[in-house]
Design a protein around this ligand. Sequence first.
Ligand SMILES: C[S@@+](CC[C@H](N)C(=O)[O-])C[C@H]1O[C@@H](n2cnc3c(N)ncnc32)[C@H](O)[C@@H]1O
Length: 325
Amino acid sequence: MKTSATGALRGRLQPRNAGWRGRREPLKINGDIFLHVSVLLSETIDFLRVRPDGLYLDATFGGGGHSEEVLKRLGPGGRLVSTDCDPQAVERAEEKFKGDPRVKVFPARFSELFEILMKENLMPLDGIVADLGISSFQLADPSTGIGFMEEGPLDMRMDPRLSQTAADLIEESMEKELADLIYQLGEERHSRRLAHMIVMSREEAPINTTTRLKLIAERAIGRFYRRGGIHPATRLFQALRIAVNREMEELDSLLESLPGILKPAGRAAIISFHSLEDRKVKQKFAALKKEGWNLMTKKPVTPSEDEVKQNPRSRSAKLRVIEKD
Ligand SMILES: C[S@@+](CC[C@H](N)C(=O)[O-])C[C@H]1O[C@@H](n2cnc3c(N)ncnc32)[C@H](O)[C@@H]1O
C-alpha cells in the first residue's frame, strides 16, 4: 500500500496563491519552526480505544497530531486513513508517513469521504476522528487569507478546488446577505454596520486583501471593541471563512455519512470550535442515540484549565463521541 493521493483528485489540486510570497512548509515564525498543537488529544484517543488491527480515519489531518497517536497504537495489521481538504496538509501527511504501508493519505473534503472510502475499499471503519475548523498553519500563513495579522489575498479557501474566494463572496453578495452571514456564522452583533461599510467600500474598489478588510472592520465597528479582548475583524473573518469553505454543509455531510462508514461498535469523535457546529453534532448524535447508538459523552468534553493555558486556541473546543450500535 502506498501513501499517495488518488490520481484523479490530485490532478485537480492547484497550489493556493502560489505567487503570494509563496510560503512553503515548514512555516517559521521568528526563526522557530511553527507547529500546530493538537486539541483534546489524549481524551480523543482514549475514547477511540484504538485496536491494534483496526481501521481508522483521521478526516482532518492538519498537523498530524491525532493521526500520529492513532498510528502509535496500531500493530502491523492495523490501518490508518488520513485525509484533509488542504493540499499542504496532504503533503505533510504524505511526507510524515512515507514508506509506512499501514497508512493511506487522500485529499478529501468531508463530502467526498464516502465515495473515496468506498472506491478504495477502506470501510467499514473502527473509528473516525474529525477535529474541525482550521489549523494553526493555515491561520499563520498569509497566503491563505484566513488570518489578518499580515497582508494576504482575501482567499480563505482551504481547498483550492472550491470556486468562490472570500473576495468573490464579498463582491457578489447583497448587503443583507452579507449582514446575515456575518451575524449567523460570526455571531457579530454589529453585522449590519459592518456589511454596510463593506458595501460602501467595495464601490470604491474591490476588496482583495486581508489588510483592507481588516481596516474596513476597524473603521466600521472598532469603537465597539476598544475595551474588548478581540480585534473587530475577528468575527467577520471567521464568518467569511466558514461560508467560503461551506463548513456547516461539510459537517452535515460528515454526520450523514457516519452510519454508512462505521462498523458496529465503531466510534466517531468530533471536536468542534463553534457553537453552530457543536449544535449540529449534538443534534445528530441525539438522533443516532434514539436509533440505538451509544452516546459516550453525555456532556461535551472540554479542555482542562492547563490545556487552555498552554494552548489558548483550545478554549472553545468541545469533544463529542458516539459508538455505532
Ligand atoms: C484543527 S485542524 C486539525 C488538526 C489535527 N487534528 C492535528 O492534530 O494536527 C483542521 C483541519 O481540518 C481540515 N478541514 C477543515 N474542514 C474540512 C473539510 N470539510 N474536509 C476536510 N478537511 C477539512 C483543515 O484543512 C485543517 O487542516
